[in-house]
Design a protein around this ligand. Structure first.
Ligand SMILES: [Zn+2]
Length: 91
């Protein structure tokens, strides 16, 4: 099995890319406002709760941007996968 350095470089790059860019959101996640495919997830900690109860809101890119200024400061985690919008699901 002979592998040229060029091929190894490509493989290494691809593996790095996959490891660092695993999608969490998929077509099953829909925007809470309009029902479009969600690319942004806001994880909110319930202020009154003493447990680790959290709420999650899903947004398409459009509504994510619209609500980001208000929601992001209240979010424990802001997941933005909008970079995947124009990619094929198998990429
Ligand atoms: Zn939307």
């Amino acid at each position: 099995m002979s592998t040229t350095p060029a091929v190894m470089a490509i493989r290494g790059k691809r593996q790095l890319g996959e490891a660092g860019k695993v999608r969490i959101l998929n077509a099953q996640h829909r925007c809470d406002r309009c029902g479009a495919q969600a690319y942004i997830r806001a994880t909110l900690r319930t202020p009154s709760s003493t447990s680790a109860a959290v709420g999650q809101l899903y947004f398409c890119n459009h509504h994510g941007r619209e609500h980001e200024a208000a929601l992001r400061p209240q979010s424990t985690h802001w997941l933005d996968e909008s970079r995947w919008i124009n990619r094929k699901p198998t990429d």
